[in-house]
Design a protein around this ligand. Structure first.
Ligand code: NIG
Ligand code: FE
Length: 412
């Protein structure tokens, strides 16, 4: 039976059609005050103002949303939520003064997670990832990108990607998989980069492509990890299998990853904590989406991403959680939105659209979700009664999401 929601204080993100929002367009968020919304067969069927609700709906059973906002559910376009074990020991090491890069050099960091992943069975990994998916769904996320990258071996990467495939099959969330074989050089290849790149290109990619285990390819382009040239080589090999690039660049250093990523026609360039004025201007002129991860900057005590400058240069920016055990052990998009407003000076409308519509486009789901558009999936949030939309990022740390609908079903 169709679901009708009535007396919505404000229905936010209503669009007849959608495209990625860049520059000033990011703050223009269409909405209808005092609205109704009809959902049918897991899709958004129709909506409008209560003053002109069709007579045929007048006696239809309905959910009353008096005082509440309804908006598209969060689209988290960058996570690493398949992982084994946690790394709060490193969190304490960092409190005591060690740096993120220093922890990685000591064999901690990504290598630490790789060791834990090696010991976990596919079923154990699946169960841990499944409970994280339930957790983010309750917090309002209905679409999510998940990366591999803690395998660092053929078996490990296949195990992660098969877990993601199973999550796709069993979950009502929309899920995209990204192959991040080039996350870190494993110990055995520390001094043999070419050997590991050969392993990625000759052994991992053909199996991953054959089993259709990935939608995108990613590389951690950073000093001490993968150079710009190494990233280009790996991405070109992935692109030959139809995997478009979504890349980790400019987290700790600006080493040319932005220009190279745009040259590769990357769908998104992610992190961007460390940007030169040239990087900002290049990204602003490109079709590539810049994905900002403020909770990673928060957790690692780094400077935040230059959201305002990017918007002024006309960039399309998305917000994502980076959910992972090392730099952002939280997949809470509500916190991401608050950080974006508080620390990066994004307007509430900008942050919400960056975390919905632009996030959807940053993982190839822009035509399916991210706005209140007829025909898109019924993925939405109903807030508790709140005075205004700005109250959502303002009251940080308070869960103001009352109900979450994913693919037409309310989740519990
Ligand atoms: O996006 N920076 C690279 N990768 C992850 C963190 C990985 C980890 O520390 O486990 C990130 O921040
Ligand atoms: Fe990441």
């Amino acid at each position: 039976m169709p679901t009708l929601i009535k007396n919505i204080k404000e229905l936010v993100g209503t669009r007849n059609e959608s495209k990625p929002l860049r520059g000033a367009a990011l703050r223009e968020q269409p909405s209808i005050v005092d609205a109704w919304l009809l959902l049918e067969e897991a899709a958004i069927s129709d909506y409008g103002s209560m003053s002109s609700i069709p007579a045929s709906l007048a006696n239809h059973p309905s959910i009353d949303a008096t005082g509440c906002f309804v908006l598209p559910a969060w689209c988290d376009s960058h996570t690493h939520l398949v992982f084994a074990g946690s790394r709060e020991n490193e969190f304490v090491d960092k409190i005591r003064g060690l740096s993120y890069a220093g922890i990685n050099e000591k064999g901690g960091g990504i290598l630490n997670s790789a060791k834990k992943l090696e010991q976990a069975s596919e079923d154990e990994l699946f169960n841990m990832a499944w409970s994280r998916l339930q957790e983010i769904a309750r917090l309002g996320t209905a679409a999510v990108e998940i990366k591999s990258g803690y395998g660092l071996s053929l078996e490990g990467e296949l195990k992660m990607l098969r877990v993601i495939k199973k999550l796709k099959e069993r979950s009502s969330l929309s899920i995209k998989a990204t192959y991040l074989g080039a996350h870190s050089y494993p110990e055995a290849f520390r001094n043999n980069h070419q050997g590991f790149i050969d392993l990625i290109i000759r052994e991992m990619l053909p199996v991953i492509a054959h089993e259709k285990l990935a939608d995108f390819i990613d590389v951690f382009c950073e000093k001490g990890f993968f150079s710009v040239e190494e990233m280009e080589t790996i991405c070109r090999a992935g692109m030959a299998y139809g995997l478009r690039a979504k890349l980790h660049v400019n987290q700790l250093n600006s080493i040319g990853g932005v220009a190279a990523g745009i040259g590769l026609n990357a769908l998104s360039l992610d992190h961007l904590e460390t940007m030169t004025p040239e990087d900002i201007s290049l990204l602003g002129k490109s079709a590539t989406i810049g994905t900002l991860l403020p909770s990673a900057a928060f957790f690692l005590r780094m400077g935040y991403q230059p959201a305002r400058e990017l918007i002024e240069e006309g960039a399309a920016i998305a917000l994502a959680s980076d959910y992972n055990p090392g730099s952002s052990p939280s997949g809470n998009m509500n916190l991401v939105i608050s950080l974006a407003c508080i620390q990066m000076k994004m307007l509430p409308e900008e942050a919400i659209q960056a975390a919905t519509l632009n996030g959807a486009y940053a993982m190839g789901l822009g035509e399916e979700t991210g706005s209140i558009t007829r025909g898109k999936k019924a993925n939405l949030l109903i807030t508790r009664p709140i005075p205004s939309l700005a109250y959502l990022p303002y009251a940080f740390g308070t869960n103001l999401i009352d109900k979450v609908m994913i693919n037409g079903e309310f989740i519990h």
